[in-house]
Design a protein around this ligand. Sequence first.
Ligand code: FAD
Ligand code: NAD
Length: 468
Amino acid sequence: MSKYDVAVIGSGPGGYVAAIRCAQLGMKTAIIEKYNTLGGTCLNVGCIPSKALLDSSHHYEDAIKHFEEHGIELPGKVKLNFKKMIERKASVVEQTTKGINFLMDKNSIDVITGVGSFKDETHIVVSTEGEDDKTIEAKNIIIATGSKPATLPFIELDKERIITSTEALSLKEIPKHMIVIGGGVIGLELGQVYRRLGAEVTVIEYMDRIIPTMDAAQSKELMKVMKKQGVKFNLSHKVSKVERKKNEVTITATDKKDKEVTFTGDYCLVSVGRRPFTDGLKAENAGVKVNERGQIEVNEHLQTNVKNIYAIGDVVRGAMLAHKAEEEGVFVAETLADQKPHINYNLIPGVVYTWPEVASVGKTEEQLKEDNVEYKSGQFPMRALGRSRASGDTDGFIKILSDKETDEVLGVHMVGARAADLIAEAVAAMEFRASAEDIARMSHAHPTYAEAVKEAALAATDNRALHM
Ligand code: FAD
Ligand code: NAD
């Protein structure tokens, strides 16, 4: 029987990063993955393929809508080859997942393919169809089994017309009318992809705003821009029925006046969140506690109730984000090496990769009000930047919230071109507990979108924005 210092179950961004860091720290490490490709949700059916389609569809939209204004004339009509777009996405995924195999090899990590289940607290049985079970022993075990799409109890996902993000990333045709249940990250990113490619897109959201966990100003701005792009929104709608007849899908919902409304389309994307995944893990054989939400319960060290078993990523509490899972992977590896790592969960940024992009870190205005924190707010519109006018990306704003007394930055919320990258400056500033004035006094290259960060900081400091 093979023996390891650490065995990691699941090879998503949590699991594979944990394995690399364990190996770097000198531990003999194995990683167990039930699929033939490594990388988990993120690389196979999540972050990477969705961004590949967002980028491809963005190029297409530019070609049909914006080339002309830049003085670029094409000899004929722009033609969309959707099959090729999907093939390109698949090849991006393939290159990226193969990169993980390379990293496992480089770090001498044993990759074991099959479903891992606990035999007891130190033994894992790995089962692959058509092969004999294999048992390995590990002093420490990291559960990184991730998540799967959630659904509503009355919805039967047929995975053809009533689909989740996984199927939406590999469709064979462009929907005529895609009805999206859930105006969160997945619904808006994939809704925008298909809108750009010509589908009619209708979003049905239960809450009174889209991306409800982000700052309300971001919800408002993104909805305004996406409406201009032709996406239809139905907020405060409670879906009660989803039915398919041949190629038609009908969704029934009640609006806030309790009136029943129906929506008919040819595809329905169900994007109402994800659930932690522990099926087949047999956590009970090791005595590991799973809570009523299906999450593996962990303490502040990401340790389960069994002292040599840890859990990270989507399968534990907190934001379901790849970079959060990665931080936790490193945290556990370093804990096992007797180091003293730390994670500041308040400073895990959240990004929606629509265009304009939406990015946030720290507290929203709503949270500060709820916590009775006195704060100042400085906001700067992207349209006031030379850089935005040069590129034609004038939608959005940057808002900085800082403590009324100390001026410490408490939250930064953005909508705009390249906000996904700009948010890193806010994370760095907040990690070093900068004040808004600290940011305002730093030189920002001209002309860049980042100048809006400086201007918002100036606005928060003493209403001193220079270009507004
Ligand atoms: P996962 O990536 O889910 O990996 C878990 C792995 O464990 C899987 O490979 C699974 O097969 C394996 N596994 C499970 N059980 C067993 C078992 N018993 N034995 C062996 N193997 C097992 N996050 C971002 O930060 N940015 C984004 O842009 C982003 N985009 C996304 C887009 C979409 C469409 C989706 C669906 C998600 C997106 N996410 C994004 C979320 C991100 O994918 C997850 O937060 C991240 O993958 C979680 O990592 P993880 O390692 O915890 O789990
Ligand atoms: P989400 O939590 O972002 O959004 C779900 C939305 O569905 C919410 O707005 C919620 O109010 C709504 N909803 C819930 N029940 C509903 C109902 N019955 N009827 C109508 N609306 C309903 O979840 P998601 O978009 O499915 O994404 C799942 C996870 O994947 C998220 O936690 C997210 O962090 C992660 N993800 C991240 C990224 C990114 O970082 N860019 C991209 C995709 C997914």
